[in-house]
Design a protein around this ligand. Structure first.
Ligand code: HEM
Length: 196
């Protein structure tokens, strides 16, 4: 099902629109998390205030790093990939159900990792270098998010394939093939006709 955008005149697949919105909303939520943590970090760095104790400072550095550099950016990127591959190319979303599976995996990853960090079981900073060690659920959260993002990128390529197949050029190529089949010979033969 499509709707036509009042402003741009683009044909917008409704399923795709919902997926773009959901990913964009979670991008903004992650950014908000990152900004709140950043403000607390700045007020700790500012010596006259020195808001947080060392333990919470590193906890929030991890929280800020993950939300600012991973969650916000990748959710926004997926929304952009879906927008570019469906709305801009005037085509439908290849597999909306899988789009929701990817989204659910990414949200589950975000929620699990953030909760574990705030519970104080993953004070490992963004890089998670050894010997720093987090609770296994923290790594599970990161893996779920990564698998969801990978699935979303595969769907982006699926959308590109649909757009390519339904492009006017591909339709023309198909119609030429159909005409030649109906007539029983090639209309656009690469070989020259034989002279008699
Ligand atoms: C989207 C933009 C931003 C990104 C991608 C980003 C990313 C990061 C990353 C990756 C770290 C290191 C985290 C770690 O080592 O675990 C960090 C640390 C930090 N960020 Fe941001 N950040 C952003 C915006 C901001 C803003 C706007 C502020 C200030 C208002 C800020 C304040 C801080 C502070 C205070 C630290 C801790 C530095 C330290 O103690 O070494 N960040 N940020």
């Amino acid at each position: 099902m499509f709707r036509t955008c009042d402003i741009t005149g683009f044909k917008v697949d409704l399923q795709s629109e919902k997926l773009i919105r959901a990913n964009a909303v979670f991008a903004v939520i992650s950014l908000l998390f990152a900004v709140v943590a950043a403000i607390l970090l700045v007020f700790t760095r500012y010596q006259p205030v020195h808001l947080l104790a060392a333990e919470w400072y590193y906890r929030l550095v991890t929280f800020h790093g993950l939300n600012a550099l991973i969650f916000w950016i990748i959710f926004f990127e997926i929304a952009g990939l879906y927008f570019g591959s469906t709305v801009i190319l005037n085509t439908k979303f290849c597999a909306p159900k899988w789009g929701w599976v990817a989204f659910a995996l990414m949200v589950a990853g975000l929620v699990i990792s953030n909760i574990i960090i705030l519970m104080g079981k993953a004070d490992v900073m963004l890089t998670s270098y050894t010997p720093l060690k987090a609770h296994p659920l923290y790594y599970l959260g990161i893996i779920l998010f990564a698998v969801g993002a990978l699935l979303a990128v595969i769907l982006f390529f699926g959308n590109l394939m649909i757009a390519r197949r339904s492009s006017p050029r591909a339709a023309r190529r198909r119609s030429v093939r159909l005409t030649t089949d109906a007539n029983g010979r090639r209309a656009s033969s690469p070989r020259r006709p034989k002279r008699r």
